[in-house]
Ligand binder design. Structure first.
Ligand code: PEP
Ligand code: MN
Length: 365
């Protein structure tokens, strides 16, 4: 993994966050032209124009995409805006048609990323082709599936790669159509150095009103671009009508976002350097403390072994959990964080002590 080409090296003339906009679905040549004209009028030209040609709809009977004919309308985009276009591919036949019609960038949708057979079929169809591919997160929050899809593409020689965070299906949280899980793109970036993640607030929120807030959060977390569904007449769109915005609204949203820089790791300021070395020092102290704490835990382990006590003592655990959580909350640490931290420390303690018992008194055969 690693050593892929980032969006700035895809030949889009990009310098900063990648902005992708365009309708959920290509509907008619007139619709494509109107979106383009409104983008031009607003001077709201994205780096990449998106349009779904094949739509993976959850239930049959809704608009499932216009198909190959829609790809011929992409000339309209080129004529009016002179920008590259991107569409979703879900199988080898889609890839073949997209390449035939000179689509510039492909993306793999959330419903496809979950299926390694489908991803492999797409990868095989792309062998030897030099085209950037973006991979949306799978429907369920499984980092390995997401990474796996990117790896399958890299293995056949695709080196222009990016990921897209579009949230995860969660029928319980009504605030979102697909709930964001901000640790997921961060984990992906930890696992695959330099992997950029574009945010798709349209599919996360599912309505127009929440797009700005979610997009801003994505930028705050250090995500690398935005894909926002844009239609000249959102209310009458053939798919995802509730979440699409007009080019004018898109312009408004983008102007309100505080685009942060992905921290000067190349050139950090003196102030940032100072703060970071203070944190490095505190982390050293934290590790010393943890070392000391675990050495106490080992002494307690020895005591439990000598006195034939079990490792897990539920009353003690309850006390540790409650007292530390309460204290943490007064120190402005969230209850959730305190619980996760304590679970993590306690689990390690229990494992260490159980190992001590096992090693001191091996099972007699
Ligand atoms: C889309 O981008 O229109 C789409 C179908 O997205 P997702 O794969 O995220 O559901
Ligand atoms: Mn859509």
């Amino acid at each position: 993994m690693e050593n892929h080409l980032q969006t700035k090296d895809w030949g889009l003339g990009l310098n900063g966050h990648l902005i992708i906009a365009g309708p959920c679905s290509a509907e008619t040549p007139e619709q494509i032209e109107k979106v383009c004209l409104d983008m031009k009028k607003e001077n709201m030209i994205p780096h990449l124009f998106r349009a779904g040609i094949w739509k993976p709809r959850t239930r049959p009977g809704s608009f499932e995409g216009i198909g190959e004919e829609g790809l011929t309308w992409m000339e309209i985009v080129r004529n009016h805006l002179n920008i590259p276009i991107t569409t979703e591919v879900g199988n080898a036949a889609h890839v073949e048609l997209a390449l035939k019609h000179k689509v510039d960038v492909l993306w793999i949708g959330a419903r496809t990323t979950v299926n390694p057979f489908a991803v492999q079929e797409i990868a095989d169809a792309l062998k030897g082709v030099d085209i950037p591919v973006m991979v949306k997160n799978p429907m369920n929050p499984d980092l390995q599936l997401w990474l796996g899809a990117l790896e399958r593409l890299q293995t056949v020689g695709i080196n222009k790669l990016a990921a897209i965070h579009r949230g995860f299906s969660d029928s319980y949280d009504k605030r979102f159509r697909n709930k964001p899980n901000w640790s997921m793109p961060i984990h992906l970036k930890r696992e695959w150095k330099g992997m950029e993640v574009i945010n798709d607030p349209s599919h996360i929120v599912g309505n127009r009103a929440g797009i700005l807030e979610t997009a801003q959060r994505a930028i705050n977390f250090g995500l690398d671009g935005l894909m926002i569904e844009t239609h000249h007449d959102p209310d009458n769109a053939w798919s995802d009508a509730k979440q699409q915005v007009t080019p004018a609204a898109l312009k408004q949203i983008l102007s309100q976002i505080d685009f942060r820089e992905t921290a000067g790791s190349e050139n950090p300021s003196e102030r940032l350097n100072d703060l970071r070395s203070a944190v490095d020092h505190l982390d050293d102290q934290l590790l010393d403390l943890l070392q000391e704490r675990f050495s106490m835990i080992d002494q307690i382990g020895a005591y439990k072994r000598e006195n034939h006590l079990t490792v897990f003592q539920s009353d003690r655990w309850k006390y540790v959990m409650e007292s530390r959580t309460q204290k943490g909350v007064t120190k402005n640490l969230s209850e959730k964080f305190m619980k996760e931290l304590l679970y993590c420390i306690h689990e390690e303690s229990v494992k260490r002590q159980e190992k001590q018992l096992r090693e001191a008194d091996p099972v007699k055969r």
